[in-house]
Design a protein around this ligand. Structure first.
Ligand code: SF4
Length: 359
C-alpha cells in the first residue's frame, strides 16, 4: 500500500505527486480531469497499491485516458433522471418513493459514475428556496412513502444541515422511510461522527445504503464507521456496481458480499454499470454478470446475494436481470448445480396443487 496521503487529491498533479499514477500519464490525466471531477480521499489513496498497474481501487478512482472516448450508446443522463424531475432536486420515477438530491458534490469521484456529468466540486446543491419547493412537493403527494437522499453524496453535508433536512422530512406524516445512499463511510469514515449519526435519526425508519465495490474497501475504520450507524439503530444495506477489472470474478464478488454481511450490511443491489460517458472500459456484458450471479447462487449464503439490476436507459426504472432458473414454459427449474428438475405448477384455476419432482 502507498504511504499515507495527508490531503484530498483533487488534480492530476496531486495524483502523480502522490505516486498513484506514473508521471508520463500526467497530460492524459489532466485532460480527463478537465472533463470529469477528480477527488481521492486519504482513506482511498491509502488503499491503492501503486506497484499494481491493475489495482482495483485505482481503477475506480484514478482517471483513465479511455474516459475521453464516448460511445454512441452512452448518455449524459443514462438513467433518465431529468425526465422524472417535477421540481429541482426531486426525481419521482416510482409511485411510492422519490429521490431527493441535496448536493452535487461527493467525497470521492468514481470513474464510472452514472451522474458524472452532474456531480463535482463547486456544482452546488439545493439552495434553501429550492429545498422548500422540493419538500413542499413531497408534502403534497401522500403516495410518497419513502424519500431517498442521494446526490452527489448527502453525507458530505454537515451534521447540522442533515439534521434539519431529516427533521423536516420526518415531519411529513406520510413519509415513513428515509433512505440515505452514500460512499462516505468508505471514502471518509472519519466523517461518520456521533453528531452525524444523531442527525440521521428520527422517529421514521432510516436506512443507510453503502456503496462499496471491492472487499479491500471494508477496512477496520470503515467497519467501525458502519458499526456506529448500525449500533445507533440505523440498518444498513449495500449497493455495488459490477465493474470490469474491479469485482468481475467470483472470488472478489463473494469476498465483498460476505464481508458486507459480516459487518451486518445486507447486500441489496448489484448494478449493471450504466451507459455513462467514457465508461465502456469498466462495463461487463450482462451475460457475464448473470454468469457471476449463477456462480454465487447456492455457493454463497442467500444472505449475501444482492439483486442484479439494470437501470433501463431513458428513465424507465430498475429491473432485475436474472439469471432465470425457471424454463420459459415453467415446466422445469434449474438447481445451483445446473441440473434441471420437472416442476408441476399450480393448475389454471390457481389452486394450490404444486408439486416438485426430480428428473
Ligand atoms: S459517490 Fe456516487 S454520485 Fe459520487 S461520484 Fe461516486 S458514484 Fe457518483
Amino acid at each position: 500500500m502507498s504511504a499515507a496521503v495527508p490531503n484530498i487529491l483533487r488534480t492530476a498533479s496531486d495524483i502523480v505527486d502522490a505516486g498513484l499514477a506514473p508521471r508520463e500519464r500526467l497530460k492524459t490525466l489532466e485532460q480527463v480531469a478537465a472533463r470529469y471531477a477528480v477527488a481521492i480521499t486519504p482513506a482511498v489513496a491509502d488503499l491503492i497499491d501503486p506497484s499494481d498497474p491493475h489495482d482495483p481501487i485505482a481503477r475506480q478512482f484514478v482517471p483513465d485516458g479511455r474516459e475521453l472516448q464516448t460511445k454512441p450508446e452512452e448518455s449524459r443522463d443514462p438513467i433518465g433522471d431529468d425526465a422524472h424531475s417535477p421540481v429541482a432536486g426531486v426525481v419521482h420515477r416510482y409511485p411510492d418513493r422519490v429521490l431527493l438530491k441535496l448536493v452535487n458534490a461527493c467525497a470521492v469521484y468514481c470513474r464510472f459514475c452514472f451522474r458524472r456529468e452532474m456531480v463535482g466540486p463547486g456544482r452546488g446543491g439545493l439552495a434553501p428556496a429550492a429545498l422548500d419547493r422540493a419538500l413542499a412537493y413531497i408534502g403534497a403527494h401522500p403516495d410518497i412513502w419513502e424519500v431517498i437522499l442521494t446526490g452527489g453524496d448527502p453525507l458530505v453535508l454537515s451534521a447540522r444541515r442533515l439534521r434539519e433536512v431529516v427533521r423536516r422530512l420526518a415531519a411529513i406524516e406520510h413519509v415513513k422511510v428515509i433512505r440515505v445512499h452514500s460512499r462516505v463511510p468508505v471514502a471518509a469514515p472519519e466523517r461518520v461522527t456521533a453528531a452525524l449519526v444523531r442527525a440521521l435519526r428520527s422517529d421514521k425508519a432510516t436506512f443507510v445504503v453503502l456503496h462499496a465495490n471491492h472487499p479491500r474497501e471494508l477496512t477496520a475504520d470503515v467497519r467501525a464507521a458502519c458499526a456506529r450507524l448500525i449500533d445507533a439503530g440505523i440498518p444498513m444495506l449495500s449497493q455495488s456496481v459490477l465493474l470490469r477489472g474491479v469485482n468481475d470474478n467470483r472470488e472478489t464478488l463473494s469476498a465483498l458480499l460476505r464481508a458486507l454481511v459480516e459487518c451486518r450490511i445486507k447486500p441489496y443491489y448489484l448494478h449493471h454499470a450504466d451507459l455513462a460517458p467514457g465508461t465502456a472500459h469498466l462495463r461487463t456484458t450482462i451475460a457475464e454478470g448473470q454468469a457471476l450471479m449463477r456462480a454465487l447462487h447456492g455457493r454463497t449464503s442467500g444472505l449475501c446475494l444482492p439483486t442484479y439490476v439494470l437501470d433501463i436507459p431513458g428513465g424507465y426504472g430498475k429491473s432485475p436481470i436474472g439469471p432465470n432458473y425457471l424454463s420459459v414454459d415453467g415446466a422445469t427449474v434449474e438447481d445451483f448445480n445446473g441440473r434441471r428438475h420437472a416442476y408441476a405448477a399450480a393448475d389454471s384455476s390457481g389452486a394450490n396443487t404444486t408439486a416438485v419432482s426430480n428428473s
